[in-house]
Design a protein around this ligand. Sequence first.
Ligand SMILES: *Cc1c(COP(=O)(O)O)cnc(C)c1O
Length: 388
Amino acid sequence: MKLHPETKAIRTQVSRSGEREHSVPVYLTSSFTFDSAEQARALFANEIEGNIYSRYSNPNTDEFIAKICQLEGAEDGLAAASGMAAIFGCLAGLLKQGDHVLASRSLFGSSHQILSQILPKWGISFTYADALKTEEWASLVKPNTKVLFLETPSNPGLDIIDLEWACSFAKEHNLISIIDNCFATPVLQRPIEFGADLVQHSATKYIDGQGRAIGGVIVGRKNLIDEIRFFMRHTGPSLSPFNSWLFSKSLETLSIRIEKHCDNAEKIADYLDNHSSVMSVRYPFHHTHPQQELAKKQMERGGGVVCFEPKGGLEKAVQIMDKLTLLSRSANLGDTRTIVTHPATTTHSKLTEEERNAVGISPGLIRIAVGLENANDIIADLDQALGT
Ligand SMILES: *Cc1c(COP(=O)(O)O)cnc(C)c1O
């Protein structure tokens, strides 16, 4: 029977304990036993498949990876202790001294730190490419460029990069394409369908969806995953069995949660667009977004994040943040609870003002990670905070 992705995300179960349980148990075990000395030898020699030690694999982690691979249409994958562990593991596993990374400038804050402060310690250099000036990218490729790393929609600017174009650009220049698909999730966007080599997620966000656990995952071409697996296994940023179990269960509700995040976000974007204290609104599927057409070409819907800039800049933004009574002031996203963030003073405060401006993070920009509350209640809190 050919199953739809959301059905696969619900029905996939890699392991059963033998107790006829319906929900998969948590395999809280650091190691696994061998039936014989010969079986142990064969497992270590990679002649047979099986669990040895939970830093390498665990039934809960395998189930989580199997589900996300099905949703993304990927051959293979690896789970990591955080989204950043997935990104670092991927870059460190694939690159060596002397290699160069071409990266979109519109990246998550800690991704900037890895590229600009950490990888250079090992002789790996990078160049930023402007997400909105892709015609310049070809001139930024060097003979030693090995990876193209980008995020679309970007955090928090919500810039969109044409995935079909970017993946064929990467192939043409012999680069490994790595896409951070955290904001869209596979429900809304599947980069592998456009030719991406690797897709990475912070599972902390929509995959968990309930603000409980930190984790990450990377999926894609098997030969690349094998290379990264060597690095991950021996350096140890593995995902715990319990967090794997949480994420695997969460994937069962991902598609229905994302639909509601999108329903609510569309309403919030319309509300903000019509408010007299709001200077500008950003939401991928909103008529005010300059790349609305491109977003609609590669995404099913616009996602759960809406950004806006109030009239009155930083001072007004701070006022709005402080007046919220229902919505959370926090730095996460993808939670059931709406979270409001001021990127310039929090998530992106490590960037210089010039760097922030280059990716559209103005001093007054506010990011709303729209949750699953009744949209009217979210709007009511924003309304009293925005004032007139
Ligand atoms: C949160 C986030 C990350 C980092 O993930 P962690 O789980 O916090 O380590 C990477 N990329 C994007 C787009 C994110 O939003």
